[in-house]
Design a protein around this ligand. Structure first.
Ligand SMILES: [Zn+2]
Length: 301
């Protein structure tokens, strides 16, 4: 069986790891390198519910036919392709939205590549190329947003997103006001996409370790200087993971090395029972609102 030309999301193929902001950002950069300025000729939807809008898969494919992608943007964990026509490139033709959710993968393959199980949507480009959406758990979604409609009226999840972690809106002052007075665990707050967009389980655990903050600590109990440290570490951890992805990405074949485990150097994530890299105390894991949290009981309080 011929290998994919390019597996954009190989990091989550063999792991039960949900793509977070750095992984989605890495995928976005890959898509921008491979898929731009080539008309979509046709396609096939193998699982109707993978397409969230329009209601029919036929309408989805019909809308995309003849359009090309000008650029891929990212908002939180949403991928958004700005569409246009080759003849009128400056005239927007709406958006193609993708959310990978738990197990979604985008493959850039030859159309002749055998269709693997869990293939949900196929978009055919020129030169026998294909953007293939594969999704084992089937939570991933694609949208076509017509040009006349604001994106968030179709992809409604966008409305609930808080600021991007690298935007000016995500300031220490903003984070302080978002957390103070809240009687909830800080780990749960960091996973709340309305507070900051794109942070998930891995990088929240890593951020809290680097900040010396226990995951069950209540937001309202954090001191202002701790929130400043937290803010800094959110950005540092994400930037470092994006750079890791970027590094792997420059080596074409190693994109599957972007496996969401933070380049294999996680401080606490998925390290239960292993010695803390700072103090040697075994890393612990607890359940918090249905999610696991990994922490060092000595370094974090
Ligand atoms: Zn420790």
């Amino acid at each position: 069986m011929p290998a994919p030309v390019f597996d954009l999301t190989g990091f989550c193929a063999e792991l039960t790891i949900v793509p977070e902001l750095p992984e989605v950002e890495t995928v976005r950069r890959g898509l921008n390198r491979l898929t731009l300025h080539q008309p979509i000729q046709a396609g096939s939807v193998l699982l109707d519910r993978a397409v969230a809008h329009p209601e029919s898969a036929d309408a989805f494919l019909k809308a995309l036919q003849g359009l090309q992608i000008k650029t891929w943007k990212r908002r939180g964990k949403y991928l958004l392709a700005a569409l246009s026509r080759a003849e009128t490139p400056s005239q927007p033709q709406g958006w193609l939205g993708v959310h990978l959710r738990m197990t979604g993968q985008l493959l850039w393959v030859q159309q002749t590549t055998p269709v693997q199980g869990h293939t949900r949507v196929r978009l055919w480009f020129q030169d026998d190329r294909e953007l293939r959406f594969v999704d084992q758990r089937t939570f991933g979604r694609l949208w076509w947003v017509p040009p006349a409609r604001p994106v968030e009226t179709v992809i409604t999840g966008l409305r609930r997103l808080g600021p991007e972690p690298f935007s000016a809106a995500f300031s220490p002052t903003y984070l302080r006001s978002a957390l103070e007075k809240r009687q909830r665990a800080i780990k749960t707050a960091l996973l709340d996409q309305a507070i900051v967009a794109g942070l998930g389980n891995i990088y929240a655990d890593e951020t809290l370790f680097l900040s010396g903050i226990h995951p069950t600590r209540l937001c309202c109990d954090l001191q202002p200087h701790q929130v400043e440290i937290l803010h800094q570490n959110i950005q540092n951890v994400l930037r470092s993971a994006i750079n890791q992805g970027g590094t792997s990405f420059s080596n074409f074949l190693q994109v599957s090395g972007v496996n969401g485990n933070y380049g294999g150097i996680a401080w606490v994530y998925d390290r239960k029972g292993q010695p803390c890299r700072v103090c040697q105390t075994p890393i612990e894991r607890l359940r918090l609102v249905g999610r696991s949290a990994h922490f060092c009981p000595y370094c974090q309080s």
